[in-house]
Design a protein. Structure first.
Length: 384
């Protein structure tokens, strides 16, 4: 009888993968057949028979059917052996890969995992304690969250090129990648109309007008207006060491994701960042992900997005500033002058105050203190 049998024990997994060729070799011995005789009987070359026995060739369904006519074991017996072997090989390879994953790549994600843990099971992150007994499970959770086969992806050429662009002090690229992934997950689950650049341009005046409303009203309205244009809007949480203001990324050729940091964000920054990202969508390539960090980027592409936002929100900035100075006869109360130029431009007071502060903070160091009263309203809304 054939003695090499795989015992079924609940919870037990073989530490090695046994190729079905070993079972075939025992069958030949038990039934006193040579490899040459078997070859002649089933019409398969001696070389193939030998390679099966040596574990170099699989037992195919056709071969299994032929063997079932020679030995008293069914075709299913042989195909099950082959399938079991392949399963064991895959499991052992995955175990070895996971061991390397935990040792080589996982340590870099400790801060990131902590940031994700607070956001719960929505992203498949259970929030396990960062301890050795949980490392395998944590690595698997992160692989699934990022939708990668291995965390080594973030050491690859593509990822390094992407993150080199956003290199800055105290930025954690793995957490930044997690922040982007959260938005991407939302975009994948959100249905919007096919993207239309023309329709988006038509909606820009309506979007600008919404800035004069309270954020409780304009946030959902922005989402609805842009969804009709093929844009998914994600109001994003704060994550440490990401320094993000906003980002835009094409999910498919007909769907684009627009992400905005809405954690305690003043309305002036919010609206400028919104139109900045819209500038990327209207003006720039579908192939690139644009991530805008606090502190800004002086690249030509970022300047173009800034100019787009400025021109839409305050078409003639210099004239607006001069008008403001003319009407502002006393530093004790800026409100009438701010309100006048804001209404003239069809935007909120916060947008005017925010732009003045940003443009003249170096020239007039006290301007933020003077304008801060118009920037007190804070948005703290997340929809991911």
């Amino acid at each position: 009888m054939i003695t090499k049998d795989k015992k079924v024990v609940v919870g037990w997994q073989s530490p090695v993968a046994i190729h079905p060729g070993e079972f075939l070799e025992e069958a030949l011995k038990e039934y006193n057949l040579s490899q040459i005789e078997l070859s002649e009987r089933i019409g398969i070359t001696p070389k193939v028979i030998n390679e099966i026995i040596k574990g170099k060739n699989p037992i195919t369904r056709t071969t299994a059917s032929k063997l079932s006519k020679i030995f008293p074991m069914s075709a299913g017996y042989w195909t099950n052996l082959q399938q079991s072997y392949e399963d064991d090989v895959a499991r052992i390879e995955e175990t070895e890969k996971l061991e390397k994953e935990v040792k080589t790549y996982l340590p870099a994600f400790q801060e990131t995992y902590k940031e994700l843990s607070g956001r719960g099971a929505a992203y498949g992150i259970s929030g396990l304690r960062w301890a050795q007994q949980h490392y395998n499970d944590i690595a698997l959770e992160l692989q699934k969250f990022y939708a990668v086969d291995t965390l080594a992806y973030f050491q690859g050429v593509t990822a390094s090129v992407v993150f080199r662009k956003y290199k800055r002090e105290n930025l954690n690229p793995y957490t930044l990648a997690a922040w982007l992934r959260i938005g991407e997950i939302k975009a994948q689950k959100t249905e919007v109309a096919p993207f239309s650049k023309d329709k988006l341009k038509e909606q820009l005046p309506a979007l600008k007008k919404l800035s004069q409303e309270k954020h409780a009203k304009y946030l959902p309205e922005i989402t609805n207006l842009l969804a009709d244009c093929g844009v998914v809007v994600a109001y994003m949480p704060h994550m440490k060491k990401t320094h993000t203001q906003g980002a835009s990324k094409w999910i498919t050729p007909t769907k684009v994701l627009l992400m905005l940091n809405t954690h305690k964000r003043d309305e002036g920054k919010f609206w400028f960042n919104l139109f900045h990202e819209l500038g990327h969508i209207v003006l720039h390539s579908k192939k690139e992900c644009f991530v805008d960090l606090d502190g800004g980027d002086v690249s030509e592409i970022e300047k173009q997005a800034d100019e787009f936002a400025q021109k839409w929100l305050i078409p003639d900035f210099d004239a607006t500033w001069e008008e403001f100075k003319k009407r502002n006869k006393t530093q004790k109360d800026l409100a009438p002058a701010i309100r006048f130029v804001a209404e003239k431009n069809g935007v909120s007071d916060a947008i005017i105050a925010g732009r003045f502060t940003n443009e003249f903070k170096d020239k007039y160091p006290k301007i933020y203190a003077e304008m801060s009263g118009f920037l007190k309203e804070r948005i703290d809304v997340v929809n991911v």
